[in-house]
Design a protein around this ligand. Structure first.
Ligand SMILES: [Zn+2]
Length: 308
């Protein structure tokens, strides 16, 4: 394999990419993880014109003034149905939904935050840029091949916490930023698969110290016996002074999420779209040989710390 010397003299192609697969027919679930995004092009213009490095892919696709402190371009969780329908969670698509100069959304607490850092040069520079330095995203995953409709159905969390053991667990950070040492903005995705169902939590968490908390959650639940997936999105936000919680809890989103006021929510049912006509016979053949859902753990991982 050809390796390329990066700007820090590191063999870029030799970074290991951790990969885990799990099959729960008709689904194939895959989690990959690897190193953070380089701060500049890791190859050179000529090579990247044809075969771009991750930095060049991100630079071309995003119009952000800068990226979060840490971006993990290879941390990807994907669920693929045998029809080809797919749900994927990746940092690039999440960052595409961060507002830049074109959208120019003013944050509700930006003025308060600015007052507390008016002496900072970098703040003065930010002031003239209509750039969302919190990297807030309402990303709910990248989906294809699904019919999406609003639903009155809700995820039954009682069922989720009671049922059996966890066969597969992954927790991937997609990006993280320290908001100029004043807090944290992070996006992560967790998955756990049980014998009868799977659950995913994609969480954007923002804490600006002494100012505010924002939590945008996407929850995905699929019972293997049903032909659809439930997706719930909630956006929660509060000034910290309005939250009646001990300061220690402010660093732990899973402990305070339910106590932060809900600002917006949406509930969807995702159904796999039928295959084109010519493939119908093939699909039926496959189903007849696998009338029982087969769940096979290829690799089991830490089953602890699986808070919803
Ligand atoms: Zn490049």
């Amino acid at each position: 394999m050809t390796t390329v010397k990066g700007p820090e003299g590191i063999d870029i192609k030799r970074f290991p990419t951790f990969k885990e697969n799990f099959k729960a027919k008709p689904w194939k679930i895959q989690a990959t993880r690897s190193h953070i995004l380089h701060s500049k092009c890791s190859q050179n213009e000529e090579i990247c014109a044809l075969n771009p490095c991750n930095f060049c892919v991100y630079s071309r696709a995003l119009e952000l003034k800068h990226f979060p402190d840490m971006v993990f371009p290879n941390n990807i969780l994907s669920l693929e149905h045998e029809t080809g329908a797919k749900i994927e969670f990746n940092a690039l698509d999440a960052l595409k939904r961060v507002s830049n100069g074109k959208i120019n959304i003013r944050l509700p607490f930006a003025n308060e935050w600015r007052e507390s850092r008016a002496d900072r040069k970098e703040f003065l520079e930010e002031k003239v840029k209509p750039f969302d330095w919190t990297f807030t995203t309402d990303y709910m995953g990248t989906i294809s091949g699904f019919h999406v409709e609003e639903t009155e159905d809700r995820i039954n969390f009682d069922l989720l916490t009671k049922r059996g053991g966890i066969l597969f667990y992954q927790d991937l950070t997609l990006y993280e930023d320290e908001v100029h040492d004043r807090g944290v903005a992070s996006l992560s995705v967790k998955i756990r698969i049980m014998t009868d169902s799977l659950f995913i939590l994609l969480r954007y968490f923002l804490r600006i110290d002494d100012s505010m908390i924002r939590i945008n959650d996407t929850r995905i639940y699929h019972n293997f016996q049903t032909p659809y997936i439930l997706r719930e999105y909630t956006s929660r936000e509060s000034k910290i002074r309005d939250l009646d919680v001990p300061p220690g809890l402010l660093i732990e989103p899973s402990l305070i999420a339910s106590r932060v006021p809900l600002k917006h929510s949406s509930y969807h049912k995702l159904s796999v779209e039928p295959k084109p006509e010519e493939n119908t016979t093939q699909l039926l053949d496959n189903q007849s040989t696998d009338d029982v859902t087969q769940v096979k753990a290829i690799h089991e991982d830490e089953a602890s710390n699986s808070n919803t």
